[in-house]
Design a protein around this ligand. Structure first.
Ligand code: PLP
Length: 395
């Protein structure tokens, strides 16, 4: 087996060779620390400033509103914990949704354990949030609304601009986790009406371990990391020059090819779904059929476990994810699938394929060919599928 079919782009993407090329000098001869006063360091400060300007331009922000972080997790934690702390005199109520990434949900739980009140607005069967639910959840003591732009599991795209209008009217800060949306959907912080926005380079063919938070001017947020005075005293830590240079290049490339990539990936994703649903019985689509990211296909199959499918597909050289998170040895069904109303026993049978730039028609057809026999084999071994068969016979 030498063929590898990578269909897990929501998990991470390969770093684009053009991105690697622009990063290399900043890891070798140009290694200086940008916080120094000599030219070797100052050259680093200059490229970081150029990266800041280029990213700000892409998302319609000012360069001073961009703060570099170690990734999406740090940006999400910072937005939530930082606002809760800086605005605690106004109130201790925050609003989020039931389908956020763990970086948001666990930051909210952390605050809840320390006396904050959290409202988690529900989603419909496709994972969509009704902006009116957010309006209804607002209270005089609400300090933050945090809602993701696109979901990492089912790809559902949320009505961020509508929610932004509501939070603006109410004078409440709005944070958006745009980690899955960046590079795939146009991001304009003014049109979206957001005050804070998180991004992570490795999701759009940039390097791992670098991301950013867009923070609207005059927004009060307590720092998460304390130490040196980097990022205008708001985010300490030696500047990751190669990572930042790479992220800016990756965003520029993604922005230039966004429309073209979206059309191609959506067509391949639809081909995959049509092929799988034609060749396999009892397979269902998870999430919104229309409002979702172009490369995302999340399905569930009756009678089998996602993990066994992932392992068997791996033996065929295909990389995909299951709908469960294996934490400390116990298999928890995905909170996102539960939130869209899928019962736990069915959520376990889910599989996510996320297509990207390298995905070809041959990759999709290979998947369509090798998957049905895997499903048959797993169902033959599955006690739950047998029960289903009995039920079917009885009906
Ligand atoms: C929606 C979302 N938010 C946040 C993160 C965390 O980003 P990072 O990997 O950069 O910490 C991810 C990563 O999977 C994500 O999908």
């Amino acid at each position: 087996m030498d063929r590898v079919v990578y269909m897990d782009h929501a998990s991470t993407t390969p770093t684009d060779p053009e991105v690697v090329a622009v990063m290399l000098p900043w890891m070798s001869e140009q290694f200086g620390n940008p916080s120094t006063m000599y030219s070797l360091g100052l050259r680093g400060a200059k490229v970081v400033q150029n990266a800041r300007e280029s990213i700000a331009h892409t998302i319609n922000a000012d360069p001073e509103e961009i703060y570099f972080t170690s990734g999406g997790t740090e940006a999400d934690n910072w937005a939530i914990l930082g606002v809760a702390d800086a605005h605690s005199k106004k109130g201790r109520h925050l609003i989020t949704s039931t389908i956020e990434h763990h970086a948001v949900l666990e930051s909210m739980e952390y605050l809840e354990k320390r006396g904050c009140e959290i409202t988690r607005v529900p989603v419909d069967g496709g994972g969509l949030i009704d902006p009116e639910e957010v309006r209804r959840a607002l209270r005089p003591d609400t300090v933050l609304v945090s809602i993701m732009y696109a979901n990492n599991e089912i790809g559902t795209i949320e009505p961020i601009a509508d929610i932004g209008r509501i939070t603006r009217e109410a004078g409440v800060l709005f944070h958006v986790d745009a980690v899955q949306a960046a590079g795939k959907l146009p991001l304009d912080v003014e049109e979206l009406g957001v005050d804070m926005l998180s991004m992570s380079a490795h999701k759009f063919y940039g390097p791992k371990g670098v991301g950013l938070m867009y923070l609207r001017k005059r927004t009060r947020v307590t720092p998460l990391l304390h130490g040196g005075g980097q990022e205008r005293g708001r985010r300490a830590g030696t500047t990751n020059v190669p990572g930042i240079v790479g992220m800016a290049k990756a965003l520029e490339l993604a922005d230039n090819r966004m429309a073209e990539d979206a059309v191609r990936e959506a067509a391949l994703r639809d081909r995959l779904w049509e092929g799988l649903s034609a060749g396999i019985e009892a397979i269902h689509l998870n999430g919104d059929p229309v409002r979702r990211l172009p490369g995302n296909l999340n399905v569930r199959l009756d009678g089998i476990e996602g993990e066994s499918m992932v392992l068997m597909l791996d033996m065929e050289g295909i990389c995909v994810s299951s709908g469960s998170a294996c934490t400390t040895g116990s298999l928890e069904p995905s909170h996102v699938l539960l939130a869209i109303g899928i019962p736990a026993e069915h959520a376990h049978g889910s599989l996510r394929a996320t297509l990207g730039r390298s995905t070809t028609t041959e990759d999709v057809d290979h998947f369509i060919k090798v998957f049905p026999p895997i499903v048959d084999r797993l169902r033959q071994m599955s006690p739950i599928w047998c029960e289903n068969c009995v039920c079917k016979q009885r009906n």
